[in-house]
Design a protein around this ligand. Structure first.
Ligand code: 26W
Length: 815
């Protein structure tokens, strides 16, 4: 840990201001102040950072095409335990730390759950003292910024690198790596040995940018290494001798520059739909190859025995996007290290582990053989060989052609990346109990039957330091007042809060904290949208990517139903509600964009209907992301987790809400099942089809939405509102949504679950009338949320996957 006195810090800050900007503090802009502060902190941790790196433990490398970090300043101050000293020091210099915290850029280098999970995992690996590092891409443009124009989503580029460099990164030109694309590959004999020759390839330089990942109150500082693609501008010596010759025309030179720089230019904004673009494949190989070469280089530098590789290195693939780790590691071991196929394979399969994050068929990556062959000729040869041997094994074992086809890595002219990952790794895990069971019994059944020992569950988690301690300091403070601060390092201790579940004074305190958080959010909403929301109303929140399976539409249908009911019975006593949405739609996902437009139009209608007397408000907050989540979640009373059962692999916002005392409205999907196991039916609101029912419907096609629509007049009325002009300013988007429900038979069972949802919502409303009971339930949720710290998840990954059978496993167990 670092220690620094206030006066030392002030001195340091001042001299840094001079050395960086040659100006006095009072003339500096916020941006400059932030740069100076980050620079001071980086200096302070530099030695620790270097020391962590030369650790001799087994190292974990977490490959992910997304890392959704969020702002780093507050989290770094918290983990270094210097927030107070620095706050005071800055105050003496007339600088408000909170202003600086808010002015930091929020790097949106991820789409949603998968990217945010990767960031929480980095935080936890460092905080439990594990040597675990991230490898990813330093996108020039992150996920688009979302604006609403007349209720439509408009995408604006996220030019987050407004300065030459990002606050927390250190660029390391001496560690740059060459990645080879395209070209010709053939075998040549050298002294009786066959050698792989790769000629006329296109060389791309991978420039590493390192971000320190600081553990919580320990000495561990890990690294997130993000690669930027560039035209090679340093000498790679012999390695470039066989490269394609670009000494030609000016135009050719420009094209080449474009080819290289384009790779890390922009994050793909899809989070559920595999689009099969060549550039995406380039991105995948680019960061995988740079990472694997980097690991190998480090390994050789330490002069370690190559046959010990899997005892020293664990490589984890976050979904299939980094699946090319498999053939790339094989390539290095075969072509560079010169191992036999069998030796290389044994090392590879013992090094690589894989997490599946979705069962949605349209998200499964399948790359056309021709595309891989042309872009990555050597890699394709290796995949082909892996497949050949795998198919021989399967044929011998099963003699069942259709099964072998289902399990093949290459089939129908495509490379199936999930199959590649499963065949080539020692561990395959799902991200919540239900999800893992569905993988084993349905989606990956063949593989589970073949190698049951590979399959395991690792229920997701969240970094409680960010999502509770930083985002909700008042609640965090109350918890510490009640049970001391051991929970910060061991969240299972939160359970001790349960003894206060009947303590009126404590429940009132909880209520006040929630109210204050709601006021903060209300102020944001008034400032931004000029919509007055009452902090005494129920804040009912659904924030996540917009997707048909997540069923924002179900939420909307219930809002419309409620709206009609209030109009029909104006004197009815109801609990005032504020429905809050936040969601980005993938730019090419038309239905999702229509749903956004419909929600915005309904919000306009409702918010401007004076007859409602403010009993109902609907707010769609633009540009949802990590920073907004930190504002919204602590202010929520209700957490909407209403996906079609079986479709949401886990969900992680459900955990964040629970930890902040919101009550969950949920289907028994993903990790909601585990929330339910912890708090029981009485402390959350369940509704909807069971997983079994959905799976049966899917198999037998047993539900007709149009019949249901005709048999339920109330429901029909609301669905008809989409197309009969009831909702102002709505054009063909209403029809599109209507068609998804009626013409296309409601793929996600929105209408099928609507009644059951409405009933659960009514129960919720009734319960809120008794604030005492509500707060008691809220406290029980907080008290049982400890299992969802990602520290728990990461320790399980360590124990069951990365360090299984290793000496260090004992150590991780005790962490
Ligand atoms: C190829 C396009 C693409 C891109 C990203 C397909 C799929 C993805 C991700 C796997 C989508 C994703 O973020 N999945 C979410 O992962 C979270 C972390 O495990 C889970 O909590 C969510 O339930 C799951 O939807």
């Amino acid at each position: 840990m670092i220690t620094i006195s206030k006066s030392k810090f002030k001195q340091y800050f001042e001299s840094k201001m001079y050395s960086l900007y040659a100006q006095p503090i009072n003339e500096a802009s916020n941006e400059q102040l932030l740069n100076v502060l980050a620079s001071v902190l980086k200096d302070l941790i530099a030695k620790r950072w270097v020391d962590t790196k030369i650790d001799k433990q087994k190292e974990v490398y977490y490959f992910s095409i997304e890392f959704l970090l969020g702002r780093q300043l507050q989290s770094n101050l918290l983990n270094l335990d210097v927030e107070n000293i620095i706050r005071e020091g800055l105050k003496d210099l007339n600088i408000d730390l909170d202003d600086l915290i808010k002015s930091e850029v929020d790097p949106a280098l991820g789409n949603g759950g998968l990217g945010r999970l990767a960031a929480c995992f980095l935080d936890s690996m460092a905080s439990v003292g594990m040597s675990g590092h991230g490898y990813g891409i330093r996108y020039q443009y992150g996920l688009f910024k979302q604006k609403f124009v007349n209720g439509f989503q408009v995408e604006v580029p996220d030019n987050w690198l407004t300065q030459e460099s990002y606050l927390w990164e250190v660029v390391r030109p001496n560690k740059a790596i060459l990645v080879k694309f395209e070209g010709d590959v053939y075998l040549e004999e050298h002294n009786g040995n066959l050698k792989v020759i790769h000629k006329n390839y296109i060389p791309v330089m991978a420039m590493p940018y390192d971000i320190p990942i600081i553990g919580y109150e320990n000495d561990c500082i890990n690294t997130l290494r993000l690669w930027k693609s560039e035209i090679p501008r340093r000498d790679f010596g012999q390695t470039t001798a066989d490269a394609k010759n670009y000494s030609g025309s000016y135009e050719e030179a420009l094209n080449y520059r474009y080819y290289t720089e384009e790779i890390s230019q922009v994050l793909y904004p899809n989070d559920s739909n595999y689009a099969g673009r060549l550039l995406r494949l380039k991105q995948e190989y680019f960061f995988v190859s740079a990472g694997i070469q980097d690991i190998y280089r480090k390994y050789k530098k330490h002069k370690l025995n190559i046959h010990e590789f899997s005892n020293k290195v664990a490589i984890h693939i976050n979904d299939t996007h980094p699946a090319l780790c498999v053939p790339e590691l094989m390539r290095i071991l075969l072509d560079v290290e010169g191992l036999s196929w069998d030796d290389a394979w044994e090392i590879t399969i013992n090094t690589i582990s894989y997490t599946n994050h979705t069962i949605m068929a349209e998200a499964m990556e399948k790359w056309p053989v021709d595309m891989i062959k042309k872009l990555l000729p050597r890699i394709y040869m290796i995949i082909e060989e892996i497949n050949k041997r795998y198919v021989i094994y399967l044929n011998n074992k099963y003699k069942d052609q259709s099964k072998v086809n289902r399990m093949s890595i290459i089939i129908d002219g495509n490379v199936n990346m999930a199959n590649l990952c499963i065949a080539s790794s020692y561990s395959v895990n799902g991200v919540a109990k239900l999800h893992t069971e569905i993988l084993k019994k349905e989606v990956l059944k063949d593989f589970y039957e073949d190698t049951p020992y590979k399959f395991n569950n690792k229920t997701n988690g969240i970094a409680h330091r960010r999502w509770l301690m930083s985002a909700n300091p008042n609640l965090s403070g109350l918890i510490t007042d009640l049970i001391g601060d051991e929970w910060k390092k061991d969240t299972f201790k939160l359970k001790e809060l349960e003894k206060y579940k009947d303590d009126k004074i404590i429940l009132d305190k909880l209520d006040i904290i929630k109210y204050e958080n709601k006021v903060k959010l209300s102020n944001y909403i008034i400032d931004k949208y000029n919509i007055n929301v009452d902090p005494n109303s129920i804040f009912d929140v659904q924030i996540k990517r917009l997707h048909a399976y997540k069923r924002q539409l179900l939420n909307l249908i219930n809002i419309m139903t409620l709206y009609h009911r209030i109009l029909d019975y104006p004197d009815m006593e109801i609990q005032p509600r504020t429905f809050i949405f936040g969601a980005k739609a993938a730019p090419g996902y038309y239905l999702a964009k229509c749903i956004i437009k419909v929600i915005n139009s309904v919000a306009d209608l409702i918010n401007n209907d004076y007859r409602l007397k403010d009993k109902l408000k609907v707010v769609f907050i633009e540009n949802y992301g990590v920073s907004l989540a930190e504002l919204i979640i602590p202010a929520a009373n209700v957490s909407e987790q209403i996906s079609t059962t079986t479709k949401e692999a886990s969900g992680t916002s459900n955990m964040k809400f629970m930890m902040n005392g919101a009550l969950t409205m949920a289907t028994l999907d993903g990790a909601n099942v585990e929330i339910n196991e912890l708090v029981g039916n009485n402390n959350m609101f369940l509704f909807g089809l069971s997983a079994e029912e959905v799976l049966n419907y899917n198999k037998n096609g047993g539900y007709s939405s149009i019949d249901l629509y005709h048999s339920d007049l109330k429901l029909k009325q609301v669905v008809d509102d989409l197309i009969n002009g009831f909702i102002p300013n709505l054009g063909k988007e209403g029809r599109e949504v209507y068609d998804s429900l009626i013409t296309y038979n409601d793929e996600y069972f929105v209408l099928r679950d609507a009644k059951s949802y409405e009933k659960a919502q009514r129960r919720l409303s009734e319960l809120y009338k008794n604030k005492y009971d509500w707060n008691k339930m809220s406290l029980i949720n907080i008290a049982n949320s400890g299992a969802f710290s990602s520290d728990r998840t990461i320790k399980e990954y360590g124990r069951d996957i990365w360090f299984k059978g290793c000496e260090i496993n004992g150590k991780i167990n005790k962490l």
